[in-house]
Design a protein around this ligand. Structure first.
Ligand code: CA
Length: 744
């Protein structure tokens, strides 16, 4: 379903490569040797072929590493990460090429920009058959392992050992994928700790001790929804976190993209999911963990529901909640880094192991009023990078060269004394680790973000950043932004139209053109057609959600099935709550759960004609067949209502079905179905909560999934009726919550 986008195959060239290896470290500033040969086994002495441990996190802002000295460094210190910096190098200008989880990982595997490695968006699947650094390391005699978050869809290739989280993974009792199948999560385990425990286990027991190794320790934390381990809850919820200066940014100094994104704390940050103000599913926690969570969060909920902060107060409150959860996840990550460093000390591995810490990109921690990433703005573009190489990297040094996740693959190969393929697009950082001051280092980096329309509604853009300026081009809108990072580090005022910056603008446009050419950037794929970006759902970020509020009627109070009826109910058609035999519908953790037996519509009693309906739905991974009925009327003596249904299924989610009659949108015609699926096929996410909205106004019927319009349809066959929930498959529990309706 993704647009076809050719992977350009740059020729694999080896002859022109310059190899750096076997340096005499005592003279390293002057004696980097050139050779055209691969190192022989006898040359693989420990210093020239060190082990590498790459500790990699997800969405870790440099603001949340105290070694960088940002506003959070006092309140949320990271002593173990700081130790890497103190004993090694802190890189202050490490940038990513595409600030999104999967694409960043694909860049690291290949040393190539997204448009060449083919993984431009999180929904893509990584083509593991292409050249990657672990395959080359293996060939060069290294043992390779990856443990933790992978997020590239396909199985890891080039690794002697892999044990990775399925998809995003879970914070509690995480399952792991292995070549031998799924290993189910252990109750009581926390993902960050599990990843490090298993990494140490591999180092201790499973690796081939005769070979140097490359181990990737890849954390899920601190990815959304920021679920910390219980031992840190009390401490982190009780702190007071300094706000960024631009928490209340009005986006006045920037263009359309900053003004129309959907990633604000004010609107987008969801009180239920992000701020945990609705009790959520805890089935991966053990009893002790549940108890602690409920103790802490029930208290917060009770307090805030009394106060119901609004407006700026609510933004401030969300910021504090967000930082408590996020920074507690970071604290746990920092503890796990400490565990690894201690292990390296005790095992004697420390001396000959390069430890590298980085994140897949940065993250907004309230800057510009935002969370998430995606934009080329500094908080998202920049990632922490800390490197310790005992005896080589100068302890406590700071490096301000412009480096990138594009460089990691070549760095790993170079550390191993192996050739760097000439079609890789980065630069080895090894000379920088060794304290060299290369005269030919890059002066700018290239960035390209591709996902629109998508979650958070960040427009597609590319750009160039040098040490002084950042140029961004939102090419679908042909809008430019230019920032003077020296005078305006917070990027509050674009100066692209300021005559005083005409020269800088020309220079940066030239730089961008040069980079596009250098990196072989083709024209971007066509913008997905037919998709309409739905404006942010203001209500989802406020205390209106799930709570009584004027204008909205809740169809489910989170506790009982009052108001719901089962057409199949025995003889009487009693309300579900009065039916004693199994009904296939029950309330679990504030959700409605539908079971497959019996397959049926459950109807609500309230009748509406013109309305907006909103709810959230969670479906199993595959083979689900569900739907939201509306304007449903149950004919006398019948079990199936007449009415419309907004489909939730593997292929036609957001389509409209005339219950008991047939498809209305798309009609049952192969080309129509294909067109519909091409456009909407990725909107509904299985195994995740999806926001569903249905609006009926006269004959106009519209449906949205996760803010994206699926159907916009005229029909007036069914004029009014009730809301229904359907289970129409053989397996799986279907979950619904936050059902509410507003007459219009
Ligand atoms: Ca990420």
């Amino acid at each position: 379903m993704n647009p076809a986008y050719p992977i350009l195959n740059a020729a694999f060239l080896g002859a022109a490569s310059v190899l750096f290896f076997g340096c005499d470290l005592s003279h390293r500033s002057t004696t980097v040797e050139e050779s055209t040969e691969l190192p022989s086994q006898s040359e693989t002495s420990s210093k020239s072929r060190p082990n590498v441990i790459f500790i990699f996190s997800d969405d870790h802002s440099y603001e949340a590493v105290s070694a960088y000295g940002g506003r959070l460094s006092q309140v949320a210190p990271t002593p173990n990460l700081d130790r890497i910096a103190q004993e090694g190098i802190r890189f202050d200008n490490c940038f990513v090429t595409n600030a999104l989880c999967g694409p960043s990982r694909a860049v690291i595997q290949t040393g190539k920009h997204s448009h060449l490695n083919g993984f431009m968006e999180n929904e893509h699947r990584f083509d593991g058959s292409q050249q990657t650094f672990p395959k080359l390391l293996q060939k060069g005699g290294y043992q390779t392992a990856v443990i933790g978050k992978w997020h590239l869809g396909t199985d890891p290739q080039g690794y002697d050992f892999w044990k990775v989280l399925p998809g995003q993974g879970t914070y509690y009792a995480p399952d792991f994928r292995t070549p031998d199948g799924l290993v189910e999560g252990t109750p009581g385990e926390y993902v960050t700790e599990a990843v490090v425990t298993q990494s140490i286990e591999w180092l201790e027991k499973e690796r081939d001790q005769s070979k140097p190794f490359m181990l990737m320790v890849q954390h899920k934390a601190p990815h959304r929804f920021w679920l910390p381990p219980v031992h840190l809850l009390d401490e982190y919820v009780s702190k007071d976190y300094p706000e960024p200066e631009n928490l209340f940014d009005d986006y006045g100094g920037r263009g359309t993209p900053a003004q129309t994104q959907d990633m604000t704390l004010r609107v987008t940050m969801d009180l239920a999911l992000d701020n945990k103000m609705v009790p959520f599913r805890q089935d991966r926690m053990n009893e002790a963990q549940k108890r602690k969570w409920n103790e802490v969060y029930d208290g917060i909920r009770a307090d805030v529901l009394k106060e119901r902060p609004q407006g700026d107060d609510l933004v401030r409150w969300k910021y504090q909640r967000y930082m408590a959860d996020y920074l507690a996840c970071i604290k746990s990550l920092d503890e796990s880094v400490g565990t690894m460093l201690e292990y390296l000390d005790e095992s004697g591995l420390a001396e000959n192991t390069v430890v590298i810490y980085a994140s897949d990109q940065g993250f907004f921690l309230g800057e510009h009023g935002w969370f998430d990433k995606r934009f080329m703005y500094e908080e998202s573009l920049r990632t922490p990078l800390l490197v310790r190489w005992p005896g080589v990297a100068k302890a406590g040094s700071v490096n301000k060269r412009m480096v990138s996740n594009l460089d990691f693959a070549q760095t790993f190969l170079d550390l191993a004394g192996l050739e760097q393929p000439s079609d890789m697009q980065g630069k080895s950082l090894k000379p920088l680790f060794e304290g060299e001051e290369p005269s030919d280092w890059r002066e700018s980096v290239y960035y390209h973000y591709y996902c629109f329309p998508e979650y958070h509604a960040v427009r597609r853009h590319d750009g160039a950043r040098n040490s002084r300026y950042k140029l961004m081009h939102f090419y679908d809108l042909d809008e430019w932004e230019l920032y003077d990072l020296e005078k305006d580090p917070g990027e509050m005022q674009s100066v692209h139209a300021d005559p005083a910056y005409a020269e800088a603008l020309t220079h940066m446009k030239g730089e961008l053109t040069k980079l596009r050419k250098q990196y072989e950037v083709p024209a971007p794929p066509a913008l997905r057609e037919g998709e309409t970006l739905f404006p942010p759902w203001r209500e989802f970020g406020t205390f209106e959600i799930g709570l009584p509020d004027e204008g909205w009627t809740s169809l489910f109070d989170g506790k009982s099935l009052d108001g719901w009826r089962r057409p199949f109910a025995s003889k009487s058609g009693d309300p579900v709550s009065q039916v004693s035999e199994p009904t296939g519908i029950e309330v679990v953790n504030g959700e409605i759960h539908l079971s497959p037996s019996p397959q049926v519509f459950y109807l609500h009693t309230l009748d509406f004609s013109d309305f907006i309906l909103e709810l959230e739905a969670f479906m199993p991974g595959k083979d689900f067949d569900s739907g939201i009925g509306f304007r449903c009327v149950l004919p006398k003596g019948k079990q199936l209502p007449d009415g419309y249904q907004s489909e939730i299924s593997d292929v036609r989610s957001g389509g409209i079905y005339d219950i008991g009659v047939g498809w209305m949108n798309p009609i049952d015609e192969e080309t129509k179905i294909n067109e519909f699926v091409d456009r909407t096929g990725t909107f509904f996410k299985p195994m995740a909560w999806n926001q569903i909205r249905v609006a009926c106004e006269g004959s106009r019927i519209r449906t949205w999934i996760n803010g994206q319009l699926c159907s916009d349809f005229e029909d007036d066959k069914h004029k009014h009726g009730t809301i229904g929930l359907q289970h129409h498959a053989k397996e799986g529990v279907y979950r619904f919550r936050n059902l509410r309706i507003r007459e219009i």
